[in-house]
Write a protein that binds this ligand. Structure first.
Ligand code: NAD
Length: 366
């Protein structure tokens, strides 16, 4: 009997609904081609959910996501909700859904398509294919925080006054499970793992290194190296093609994945996955936001979301052939000279397409 999968779709705001609807069309075509079934359960999320229910993520939507095989997310936010109470802001919905689904690992491939090399600020000739594995539910973003009064005085005589603090804390368990993911992905790729930290200063980083060393014998085929985060940010610019898998904590991963993404040329091409424990639904979304400036104009590039759908097929459903097929169709569309505005450069020698048109070009190549 053909397999049937349930996909929760939380399109969100701005261009979110436009790009997710393109990805759904592509997923449907792959399901027909490879003989599996897909049921889409579409729910409101972010600003759209605030307007309808007064909260960016309702219990019902979270339950629908938990009961799915995978979640496809568009993007949330926009000026309309910038002034709402911080406790119900659209971004709060993002944090809540990551927490609710236990998504502790964020995967961001930074893959440069050779057809778009001109769009890269580095215009590098080497082939860039980096996978950044970012710890997503620990560290300084989730550590103890607060403010306290201090009577102390700085060496130059300035009174300290109020002190604000955010604590970077990681447990052995949190570090071990994300490092194991890094090792495992490296085994399936070019067998190089770079651990990025600040072990010259931070105690937590020193523990990341100790645990890495203790895990190394279990993955003898993987070559491990360490980089301090400041050096890593330079090396990503200097020699991006030499990286394979990078594993790092929440805050360093947040920053480095944006940097690596930019190296590849366009935010409209970058997919991502957030995963939790094996067997639980993963969440797949473009790296970009809701782009309110172009919402409704047909200018949105749907490829980041379509490539996120390919990751969904691969990582959550195990439909690897269909995933490869989507990625090949995107490459063919680029090779055939079709572009959305964001990746069209000066427009010379390419055919500029709307969201719907480029989706059609991809569907024709499946
Ligand atoms: P953004 O990613 O939405 O847009 C940045 C720039 O890139 C804009 O000029 C936009 O037009 C362009 N762009 C983004 N995606 C594109 C695409 N697919 N095709 C073509 N061009 C694209 O970031 P922003 O402007 O800083 O934020 C806008 C809103 O999105 C804010 O409310 C922000 O909070 C929210 N946001 C949400 C997420 C998310 O849902 N995960 C992530 C980032 C920002």
């Amino acid at each position: 009997m053909a397999k049937n999968y349930k996909i929760a779709v939380i399109a969100g705001d701005g261009i979110g609904p436009e790009v997710t609807s393109s990805a759904i069309e592509v997923l449907k075509k792959e399901a027909d081609k490879y003989g599996f079934g897909l049921t889409f359960d579409e729910r409101l999320f972010g600003g759209a959910s605030i307007d309808a229910y007064g909260a960016p993520l309702t219990e019902e939507t979270l339950e629908a996501c938990k009961n799915s095989d995978a979640v496809l997310l568009g993007a949330v936010g926009g000026p309309k909700w910038d002034a709402v109470d911080p406790s119900i802001r659209p971004e709060k919905g993002l944090l809540n859904i990551r927490k609710g689904l236990g998504l502790y690992s964020n995967l961001r491939p930074a893959l440069m398509f050779k057809e778009l090399a001109e769009a890269s600020p580095l215009k590098t000739q080497g082939e860039i294919d980096i996978l950044i594995v970012r710890e997503l539910t620990g560290g300084i973003y989730f550590g103890e925080r607060g403010r306290k009064d201090s009577d102390e005085v700085l060496p130059d005589g300035t009174p300290k006054g109020v002190v604000a603090y955010d604590v970077e804390a990681y447990s052995v368990g949190e570090i071990t499970r994300i490092l194991r993911q890094g090792f495992t992905y490296a085994q399936g790729r070019n067998k190089k793992l770079t651990v990025v930290d600040k072990a010259n200063v931070l105690e937590s980083s020193r523990m990341w290194r100790e645990i890495t060393e203790s895990l190394k014998p279990e993955y003898p085929d993987v070559a491990v190296d360490y980089l301090y985060v400041d050096n890593a940010s330079m090396q990503l610019i200097a020699r991006p093609a030499s990286f394979d898998v990078i594993v790092t904590n929440n805050i360093f991963g947040d920053i480095l994945s944006d940097e690596a993404g930019q190296i590849t040329g366009s935010i409209g091409m970058l997919p991502s996955a957030s995963l939790g424990a094996p067997g639980t639904p993963g969440m797949y979304e473009p790296v970009h936001g809701s782009a309110p400036d172009i919402a409704g104009t047909g200018k949105a590039n749907p490829m980041a979301t379509i490539l996120s759908a390919a990751m969904l097929l691969r990582w959550s459903l195990g439909e690897n052939e269909a995933a490869d097929d989507i990625e090949n169709a995107v490459k063919k569309v680029l090779a055939d000279g079709f572009r959305t505005v964001d990746i069209a450069g000066n427009g010379e020698g390419v055919t500029v397409c709307t969201t719907a048109e480029i989706t059609q070009k991809i569907l024709e190549r499946i």
